[in-house]
Design a protein around this ligand. Structure first.
Ligand code: F6P
Length: 319
């Protein structure tokens, strides 16, 4: 291979820039040309592709987001759309593609590979929900942001003897919520992996207040329930003022913490190594501290993400 492309796709994540930089600098060191595709699969479809040099990735390692831009582009599920994308890649003389993104981006990379264009997937998402890796690029920065938010809420809800409900991102994955809850000393949580009804939760909170609690923080993974309604129900049942906070896209921004920069850099460099070894259709992970790669199809179809039940049990004992 002589020319490779790189794109970021789906929800952005802090550390994506470090990953692009890892790809670009390693590829150039190895004598390859690198092309950046703007706005993910959308830009690929629209042939918005530009050559990247060493200086194109200067000063990006500290920046959140992705300087290449990203997009959600559901049309990429259509074979006809991907056909145009492959034509564009070939027109630009690109031999292989590095895709940095979440689940949806992996699906696109898997399809392109099946249709004859070799791709390598890098896990870039704050959700930490990608199979074949212990951690995703962006997760630790988002965790830091969520914990800082909880700390701030603690100050005000302790002053006012209130209950605070905080909604944390993660889509169907409770890792951000669970870890932020433990680090932020939250008393209660609702996460997708553990069944807990609203009634159970309210009962637990009541018990806590019967034992003398003066304030509490409840961490809830997004999409589980309406946190404003939950706050109202808790207030009615427990008799303490309750406020809801939706942390939202604040969690997606910010300068990446060192771990995300290092992970992005390592994974970016590893993607180029794999391509040079002739691999395609692989996704990269970090497992027990070591870089690993798996067949994307196998990762998507067969691998499971383990849930940290030990941490959940610890959290329960700390409430
Ligand atoms: O996948 C990252 C993520 O931030 C999820 O946590 C969240 O559900 C989703 O993206 C939000 O997507 P959008 O930015 O398209 O609203």
């Amino acid at each position: 291979i002589k020319k490779i492309g790189v794109l970021t796709s789906g929800g952005d994540a802090p550390g994506m820039n470090a990953a692009i930089r890892g790809v670009v600098r390693t590829a150039l060191t190895e004598g390859l040309e690198v092309y950046g595709i703007e706005d993910g699969y959308l830009g690929l479809y629209e042939n918005r592709i530009r050559k990247l040099e060493r200086h194109s990735v200067s000063d990006v390692i500290t920046r959140g987001g992705t300087f290449l831009g990203s997009a959600r582009f559901p049309e990429f599920k259509e074979k006809e759309t991907r056909k145009v994308a492959i034509e564009n890649l070939r027109k630009n003389g690109i031999d292989a593609l590095v895709v940095i993104g979440g689940d949806g981006s992996y699906m696109g990379a898997m399809r392109l590979t099946e249709e004859g264009f070799p791709c390598i997937g890098l896990p870039g998402t704050i959700d930490n929900d990608i199979r074949g890796t212990d951690y995703t690029i962006g997760y630790f920065t988002a965790l830091q942001t969520a914990v800082e938010a909880i700390d701030r809420l603690r100050d005000t809800c302790s002053s006012h003897h209130r209950i605070s409900v905080i909604e944390i991102m993660g889509r169907g994955c409770g890792d951000l919520t669970l870890n932020a809850a433990v680090a932020g000393g939250c008393e209660f949580m609702i996460i997708p992996e553990i069944t807990c009804t609203k009634e159970d939760l309210i009962q637990e909170i009541k018990l806590g207040f019967d034992k003398g609690k003066k304030h509490a923080i409840v961490a809830v993974t997004e999409l589980m329930l309406d946190v404003n309604q939950l706050a109202k129900d808790i207030q009615d049942a427990v008799g303490h003022e309750t406020r809801a906070t939706v942390l939202g896209h604040v969690q997606r921004g910010g300068s990446p913490v060192p771990y995300d920069r290092i992970l992005g850099s390592r994974m970016g460099a590893y993607a180029v190594e794999l391509l040079l070894q002739g691999h395609g259709g692989r996704c990269i992970g970090i497992q027990n501290g070591k870089l690993a790669h798996h067949d994307i199809i196998d990762a998507i179809n067969n691998m499971k993400r383990p849930f940290d039940m030990d941490l959940f049990n610890t959290a329960k004992r700390l409430f």
